[in-house]
Design a binder for this molecule. Structure first.
Ligand SMILES: Cc1cc2nc3c(=O)[nH]c(=O)nc-3n(C[C@H](O)[C@H](O)[C@H](O)COP(=O)(O)OP(=O)(O)OC[C@H]3O[C@@H](n4cnc5c(N)ncnc54)[C@H](O)[C@@H]3O)c2cc1C
Length: 498
């Protein structure tokens, strides 16, 4: 079957879009790598046929002063590299990987289950909890202990129990802070690390990949698949109100005044946008509204996308090479990241931020003109509630702080920047409708997961308004390019429809 090109001239996809912000340079504007996209969603939506093509990231490179750490997809290479820094860590790394895989596998069924209402367990809710119990029991006592620690500890404390080489621990801990307003030493950050451990690429557990054409090509593949299966997508069609009648959703009104009637309305926006902005509060119970207000959605991340005249040259590993074809992590030690968090805690962007870098044009040359490159820098921390509020000068100062932090490790960076795009959490809110710029539509904190996401008793995609459902990252199992909330919301709706 030929791929439908109807949407090629349109950018679809919220926080996954790829855009040619400067001629010839395609930026993965917000999200940049894929791992958590569910294999059954890929299969059922036939996404490869519609353009999904993931290129695995082969390494994570942490530049240091005078040295570096590289973890490779190839286990033996990583082991050899770790031996150079700490034979003890090289030995522990294998066991750690196995433990995290087994825990991830045991917990992963949660991602495939509609969260039960613990206050009113029906048959299917009880079955879900029993299934979960069975998976957890299969872990055995020692792994169960590790799981309990992951659910409660900070990523720094958890990793301290396993390893001694600081750059290894700090780089691994970084996945525990992504999208959260926590530092690596904050209790709860270990769980976020586990969340990022649960993905796979082509069945390779916890692998991350780059979508050819950027993550925007994932949303375009979904759009083409949706159209193939009969959906119609309208763009430039902001919804201003969800219309209700007698406690039941009956359609939507657009910002341009057009109204559409519907049997079912499904919102993919975050819970605050849906329930505090689009719905008439009089249709919702007061305690529900209060819970939505309490839902924590603090923005902490920014994005800096660079168009480059060449490749960055890292002092610790000069020249090109495979280390530029994977992730590059500016995370030399725990104190570096924790200090970055301290700045945010006190209302400033990090002077020396944690940066997660990918060079998309190294993985897919079509992302930039011949000989030039694009660099995607995901940055923490940039608090939404910055002292005095965000303005143009602060946005530029934040961009400068990122370039300065890069220049500590790759001094040529300043000379090769042709253009830059700087996105603060405020920009993420204004452009993509993400409340406070939170990348996951709400923090992945223990009190906001499973049957508590977004609100207890309403974690099964229903809402207090009949025929209004929710399906975005603010619902179980949370954010990332996963397809999971949408898939389970669809299942719930189909079940109720019948
Ligand atoms: C900076 C950043 C980096 C990220 N990096 C990664 C990554 O590398 N890997 C990963 O897996 N995930 C990443 N994420 C998270 C990932 O992008 C999101 O989890 C994913 O996009 C969620 O998809 P969604 O469709 O649920 O919501 P969204 O992508 O938020 O899409 C919601 C859509 O609704 C539209 N909208 C908002 N208000 C209205 C309205 N009133 N009417 C009509 N439409 C409206 C928005 O314009 C948007 O198109 C990142 C997110 C950000 C912001």
């Amino acid at each position: 079957m030929s791929v439908n090109r109807k949407y090629d001239a349109i950018v679809i996809g919220g926080a996954t879009v790829t855009e040619e912000i400067f001629p010839g340079f395609k930026f993965t504007v917000c999200s940049y790598v894929v791992s958590l996209l569910k294999p059954n969603v890929i299969r059922e939506l036939q996404l490869p046929k519609f353009g999904l093509e993931l290129v695995p990231l082969e390494s994570t490179f942490t530049p240091l002063e005078g040295d570096y750490l590289i973890r490779w997809a190839d286990h033996d290479l990583t082991r050899r590299e770790l031996y150079r820094h700490s034979p003890r860590d090289a030995e522990a790394y294998n066991r750690f990987g196995q433990t995290m895989s087994q825990i991830g596998m045991a917990v992963r069924p949660i991602l495939n289950s509609i969260a039960p209402d613990p206050t009113k367990l029906g048959l299917s809710g009880a079955r879900t909890l029993m299934d979960l119990g069975r998976h957890l029991r299969s872990l055995g006592a020692d792994k169960f202990e590790q799981l309990a620690k992951l659910m409660t500890m900070s990523s720094a404390d958890f990793l301290d129990e396993w390893f001694e080489f600081e750059p290894l621990k700090s780089t691994m801990s970084a996945s525990g802070i992504i999208g959260t307003f926590m530092g690596p030493k904050s209790p709860g950050s270990a769980y976020v690390m586990l969340h990022h451990y649960m993905g796979d690429i082509d069945g390779v557990f916890r692998a991350w990949g780059f979508q050819r054409g950027g993550t925007g090509a994932v949303s375009m593949a979904i759009a083409r698949s949706a159209e193939h299966f009969g959906a119609e997508i309208m763009t430039e069609a902001g919804v201003s109100t969800i219309i209700t009648r007698n406690g039941r959703a009956t359609g939507v009104a657009l910002e341009n005044g057009d109204e559409y009637e519907a049997d079912v309305v499904v919102s993919g926006l975050d819970p605050k946008q849906t329930f505090l902005n689009l719905v008439d509060g009089a249709d919702l119970p007061a305690d529900f509204v209060q819970s939505v207000k309490n839902f924590r959605i603090r923005g902490s991340s920014g994005k800096v996308n660079l168009a480059l005249d060449g490749l960055p040259d890292f002092t610790c590993l000069p020249g090109g090479g495979p280390h530029l074809g994977g992730a590059i992590s500016i995370s030399p030690d725990f104190d570096y990241i924790e200090n970055a968090y301290d700045d945010a805690k006190h209302g400033s962007f990090s002077k020396r931020p944690y940066i997660d870098i990918v060079l998309p044009s190294v993985l897919d040359p079509d992302m930039a003109p011949h000989g030039k490159h694009v660099m995607s820098c995901f940055v923490q921390y940039a608090p939404y509630n910055i002292n005095g509020g965000w303005n143009d000068a602060k946005r530029e100062a934040f961009g400068d702080a990122v370039v300065d932090a890069l220049a500590c490790f790759a001094p040529n960076i300043r000379d090769i920047i042709l253009h830059r795009q700087v996105l603060t959490p405020w920009d993420l809110e204004q452009t993509f409708g993400l409340t406070e710029g939170n990348i996951f539509h709400g923090e992945l904190a223990l009190q906001q997961l499973f049957f508590l996401r977004p609100v207890v008793k309403w974690a099964d995609y229903r809402t207090p308004i009949k025929k209004l459902y929710q399906c975005g990252s603010g619902t179980h199992p949370g954010g990332g390019i996963t397809g999971a909330p949408g898939e389970m919301a669809a299942k719930k709706i189909l079940k109720e429809w019948r």
